[in-house]
Structures are given as structure tokens and as C-alpha cells.
Design a protein around this ligand. Sequence first.
Ligand SMILES: C[S@@+](CC[C@H](N)C(=O)[O-])C[C@H]1O[C@@H](n2cnc3c(N)ncnc32)[C@H](O)[C@@H]1O
Length: 390
Amino acid sequence: MTPAARVAAAAEILDVILGGEPAEKALTGWARGSRYAGSKDRASVRDHVFQALRCMRSYAALGGGEDVTGRSLMLGAMRAEGADLAGIFSGEGHAPAPLSEDELAGGRAPEAGAEACDMPEWLWPALEAALGEGAAAEASLMRERADVFLRVNPLYGTVAEAQAALAEEGVVSEAHPLSEMALKVVEGARRVRLTHAFEDGLIELQDAASQAVVDWLPLEGAMRVLDYCAGGGGKSLAIAARSDAKIVATDIAPERMKDLPERATRAGASITVTSLEDLSAEDCFDFVLCDAPCSGSGAWRRSPAGKWQLTEERLIELCDTQVDVLKSASHHVSEAGQLAYVTCSLLRVENEDVVARFEALAPEWSCTAQQRWLPSAGGDGFFGAIFTRK
Ligand SMILES: C[S@@+](CC[C@H](N)C(=O)[O-])C[C@H]1O[C@@H](n2cnc3c(N)ncnc32)[C@H](O)[C@@H]1O
């Protein structure tokens, strides 16, 4: 496919996404019907689509027109890149149709603030409240593609050994200050899952800040650890890599944990997966982690559709769920144990405010530590709080 044909394909897929289809489904549907597209074409089209989703508001402004369409977004994207518009919108072969006079005359610079930072307008005050003067800089980072990070599994080798093994298979990486075990992939990211280092459990894919959060957890002395919102088990596996504790993983949606036993086996980790119902048969835990469901606002570079799907109502619902999750999880903490609350959100309402709400509801608990990881540190945005009984 020519570069212009890739732009046309991205516009077509974006129209499907704007019509309500999830991004991954729209991309898969297009790939199935486009057997002529090679792996490089598919990767390039995917990059266009995700970049347009990250920068939807600013590209729509640059693209112009009354309605946001795949074509207007890709026109905005090409303007943002300073591309040769006549060369792309040539109408030749599979290139997009030539630009109309209106399209040529349309488009404007995005307004500073929410639009230029590609954030929903309604959310901007909350971001400013949480991030102060850094709001524009942090939010703007969400307009960029996330780096790919690996976590080295110390059970199977050192960071240097992992780097060497990966390099032999064409994956170049470098250490990252967010975590001792984190490697940032600088070349060959698409090959990671095919490497022996991955298949043999020497490395896992995990965001560097997600690793930093687990490094920060005061797990010393804990014999029994519960991952209360385990999902795919990323945190459980990172805990297993740094603790000898018995680890139990649970989640309200057990199907989310379906790959965890296989991932644990690959990593040489022992993790017991259980349903919330069966958790009552377990003794209390020395440490309970709630990696709570949240807006995901700290990880919107990875899941950009999330920022346009979030509504004020949904955010309120999420905050209530977070307080409920903390309350339920707290019943599984032993008398002298600790409870951790983690989100990948940048918003105060999901972080500091939830801490305050939980303390008000459960006055026997008090927050003893809080930490924030900002996207400017290189990884996703995260928040963590530790509670102990008074
Ligand atoms: C942020 S994700 C967890 C990610 C995971 N810890 C990881 O590192 O890969 C939040 C998880 O909380 C789960 N969840 C939502 N409500 C819950 C509840 N009331 N009790 C337990 N888990 C819940 C969701 O199903 C989801 O898997």
C-alpha cells in the first residue's frame, strides 16, 4: 500500500469507530477484508488510527468541516504532520479523493487548553485541579504513543542477561529509572512476544510505572498477599517476582484472570486464582492490594478511546465503586495487615478524594502513605495509597 492508501484506510476505519465500533474490532474487520495489506501496512494503518484517537479534538479542529469524520481527522493529522496534502489527497489509485475547496480553506489551530491537549472539555477543570500548572504538559503527553516496557523476571535472570538475550533476537532495550527491573524497548517492540526471553518467562510486558507501584508497596514481612482486583494479573506477577508470600488473586470478573495461571507458570510463580465467592473460605491476609477499576486517565496513551467514552456519570459511578471495593477488600486484611489502593488515574476524585471518603466511612483505617506517578516520568500515570488500622 502507498502512504496515501494507508491514510485512506485509516479514515475508513475511523468512520467505523466513530459509528460506535470498538477500535480493535474495527481494525480487525478492516484487516480481514484487506488481504492485500502486508504486516507493515497493517502496522502503519493501526498507528494512524490510534494517533487520530489520541489527538481527536486537535485533529478535528485542524481538519475543519462541520462534522468529525475519518477523513477530516486524517486531514487534520496530515496538517499536524506538515505532510504534502496534494500528494496524499490525490485521488490516484487507493489514495483519498482530492480536497474540496471547503476542505482546503477549512481547518483552524486548536484552542489552548482542553482542545489543544486533546482532553474532553468537561474533564479539563478536574485535570487542572489534580495537576495544577502541569496539567497541559501532562495531558499533552497523552497525545503521544506510549513506550513499550518490559519487566525482567529475577527468578530467571538479571537485567543485563535479559537485555543480551533480547538483543540476540532483534529487540533493543535500555534500563529505565522508574524501576530497577524495567526495560524500555527502543527497537523491535513488535517482536517482543516472539522472543525466547518472553516465551521462557525471563520478561513480561508491563508498564514501567505499574512496576514502580509494586516496588513501592511495603510488602516486607507479608506472608499472605491478596490481589483483590487482579484482572490479567500484571500486579500479582510483579509481586511474585519480589516476594515469597503466598499470593491469592481474585476479581469480580473471573474471566479476566483466565490467562493468569499460564502466565504464572511461564514466570515460575505460584499464584492461587480464586473467585470472590470462594475468598470467604480463605484466612485474612497480611497485605491486600486493590488495583481498582478507574477512568484509566493515566493510561490514555495506550487506550485513547477511553478518554472520549468517559462521561461525568460514569466517573461518579467509578468513584463510588472504588470506595465500595476498598470497603469490601478491607474485611480480608488481618489485624496488623496493610491495605493498598492503586489507580491508573490522574484525577483527584478517584485518588485523594477516595482516600478521604474511605477514611470517613471506615474510621478504623488511616492512610499512612500516598504516592503519585506522572506520565512525565515516562510510564503511565498512577496513584497509590497505603492504609493501616489505627
Ligand atoms: C485496573 S483493573 C486491574 C488490573 C490488574 N491488577 C493488572 O495489573 O493487570 C481493575 C480490575 O478490577 C476488577 N473489579 C471491578 N470491580 C470489582 C470489585 N467490586 N471487586 C473486585 N474486582 C473488581 C475489574 O474486573 C478489573 O479486572
